[in-house]
Design a protein around this ligand. Structure first.
Ligand code: SF4
Length: 181
């Protein structure tokens, strides 16, 4: 499976979640989540359709990986004229994982020679916008994150659970903790 923005996002939260998702174990009703995200975006920013386009990109991380690692992303909102990635989060809190996700998009776009200046994460519930850049240092960090995500999904065994106190809002909660509360 290629490394995706979802896996990069999950790696910031839980190694086990990365492994489970990569092995096809899904607890989220992805279509509903995506639909909700789109709805919140469309309701909050009705003018977006004129400016933003959906784009799919893929690529390879050849170095410093020992064997090339496939990368893939589907970006819902991209402004090709200004080179801005747009992401809308329904969350009521900012998270480092959201930044990592948008940096992964920027990284992959640049790997493909596409002008990608910066990202904007909008939090309609918070009524704030977070600007996300991708510096040379961030690129090294992103490569490291990709390698780590790849290592996790290559493991034969599923990683250990986090402490239950960190699992309450995870979609895998029942999978990991059923019968043990
Ligand atoms: S329930 Fe906890 S251990 Fe299981 S995937 Fe989610 S965060 Fe990780």
């Amino acid at each position: 499976m290629p490394i995706t923005a979802t896996l990069i996002n999950y790696r910031m939260l839980c190694r086990r979640k990365v492994w489970l998702h990569a092995h096809g174990i899904r607890m989220e009703h992805t279509s509903e989540v995506v639909a909700e995200g789109r709805l919140i975006g469309l309701e909050s920013y009705p003018q977006r359709a004129e400016r933003w386009t959906e784009i799919e990109v893929s690529g390879m991380l050849s170095y410093p990986a020992e064997t090339p690692i496939e990368l893939s992303a589907k970006i819902d909102f991209f402004d090709p004229h200004l080179g801005i990635v747009h992401e809308v989060k329904k969350s009521a809190a900012k998270e480092q994982a959201h930044i990592a996700q948008v940096q992964f998009y920027l990284y992959l776009l640049r790997l493909n020679g596409i002008n990608a200046m910066y990202g904007l994460i909008e939090y309609p519930k918070l009524r704030i916008t977070e600007r996300v850049s991708l510096t040379d240092e961030d690129i090294l960090s992103m490569q490291s994150q990709i390698l780590k995500a790849h290592e996790i999904i290559q493991q034969e065994a599923c990683p250990e659970r986090l402490p239950i106190s960190k699992c309450k809002s995870c979609s895998f909660f029942e999978f990991c903790w059923v019968g043990e509360e």
